[in-house]
Design a protein around this ligand. Sequence first.
Ligand SMILES: Nc1nc2c(ncn2[C@@H]2O[C@H](COP(=O)(O)OP(=O)(O)OP(=O)(O)O)[C@@H](O)[C@H]2O)c(=O)[nH]1
Length: 309
Amino acid sequence: MPVPVLLVAGFLGAGKTTVVNHLLAHAQGKRIAAVINDFGAINIDAELIAGASDGVVSLSNGCICCTLEGDLLRTLATLLRRDPRPELIVIETSGVADPADIVRNLMDPVIWQEAPLDTVLCVVDATQPAEKLNDALLRSQLRAADVVALAKVDLVDAAHHAGMRDAVRALRPAAVIVDAVHGEVPATLLFPADLDRAPTPRETGPRQPVLDRFETLSWTSERPVRLPQLQQAIGRLAPKLARAKGLFETVEQPGRLMVFQLAGGRATLAPGGAPAPDTPRSRIVFIAEMGALSRGEIDSTMEGCVEAG
Ligand SMILES: Nc1nc2c(ncn2[C@@H]2O[C@H](COP(=O)(O)OP(=O)(O)OP(=O)(O)O)[C@@H](O)[C@H]2O)c(=O)[nH]1
């Protein structure tokens, strides 16, 4: 039996992992394998994914539309050899990925026979100004989509919500547009209804040169973070950041992880699980436009957030 593929695209911090998590949590016994591509060197997303019944494969430190495309194809081959086979493979692209090349790769006739690309879901951060959709990368992500999920609509008023919906519809009239509060997208839009149906031919435009647009800097420490100092540091760094996320212990509450997220200009902290053995106590990935941040700035700023060792 072929295993359908759901490709989840969308800009940095749009809400992709949240959608994938929701899907996995409501899998209703289906065997779903998840392939998670984190642009940063630390695979934080994979750790935040819980409950993939057929396992999570993490591809980090690069982008599957650029440097890691061979890794993606090898990963698919491995998943397809599993016994029993998964019933669905979800691929979460990194936020800097242009899905055009991934779609092109998945359209390869050999892969198509075994793992046909069923649905491309593009997650859009509805809190952003509608003009952001004019960005070439976001347009390319939208152009590939069968379904567009407007994430974070709980944070916007009705007028902004309607404006965003109209802007998406104008750019991608063919897509189904749905709201996705905290990742909730109707499963009927994501699970294939009919496996025998003919594959939908897809247009793929020219790929956006993403790798030379963003860079990622990771910071790790064996010491816990001091929360007030971290909040100040993030406040200073935030204007230069496109995205940041981290998992760390704090001096205030050692022995349990906090999840830090900076997405679309909003910073949040939430309790995480127990620290995993053999991983640094503090890990943060910073993503910025090329040249906006330096290693020295990250190291000196973050060094002030841990207790002197
Ligand atoms: N209030 C609210 N927050 C959301 C919603 N969806 C996602 N978030 C938050 O937005 C932040 C980014 O969400 P993720 O799902 O990690 O975004 P992502 O697209 O996977 O991020 P990258 O993989 O780094 O590109 C997290 O703090 C989420 O909790 C939503 O519908 N409402």
